[in-house]
Design a protein. Sequence first.
Length: 293
Amino acid sequence: MRRAYFKNNWVAALMVAPQLLIIFIFFYWPTSQALYWAFTLEQPWGGGNTWVGFDNFSAILTDDLYWYSVQVSVIYAIGSTVLAVGMALILAVFVDRQLRGFKAYKIGMIWPYAIAAPAVGLAFRFIFNPGAGIMLYINQVFPGLWDPISNGNHAMAMVVIAGAWKQVAYNFIFFLAGLQSIPRSLLEAGAMDGARVLRRMRDIQLPLLTPTFFFVLVINITDSFTDSFGIVDTMTGGGPARATNLMVFKIFNDGFQGLDYSGAAAQSIILTILVVSLTFVQFRYIERKVHYT
């Protein structure tokens, strides 16, 4: 591969400038503003900000409602990640085995990832509506079995299913690519030795998929903490009784509805630190069990 050389540095700078401008406007500038607001407090009715140091962080970390939002965020992250990864793996195995209609499955499994999170939330809000559709008939047979409007556990289950459904398509692509990269000679050798389908999957395919497992695990956990706002906002609005008030939704609610910009900025800093820490832990401890071929 030949490298591109520029005789004039301004040509290279001109090509890089648009990307740098986008990064500065949409990443570095908002990050600097969040840091500024997190360590300051806006004066009543405007008039500038006052430096308060870590007071905003102290107020947040001593707030029981904030720790409750952390708890429900962890529940959502674990539930949606396990469900999305498990379903994606099962679907990828079916497509990889080229069962009847596998081409249609392959195309259909990729499409959901292109749907925006608010659209997913709106669709599942109608699907799980206890007063319409299939849920209406279920509640007629079993009264009170499904009530996400007043039952927090039902609302959380609904949000987890919607979030996992959106992420299944993304995981499916990588699992299918990982399965198709495994040499067929290994599977054929296992079949010749008498290993059935499940045995070949357990002893050959799953161990070779550990790098893919690790990658989708990191992506799914990060996504569950940072990209769940649209689903929660359209499905439950954080309710009932804050049962689905995830961290990212609480940041929006406190900042734009409660007008606590400093507190919301401090929460965003804590959320960033939490996501970075979780990623570090995964790379530090879980990656040790990953075997790269």
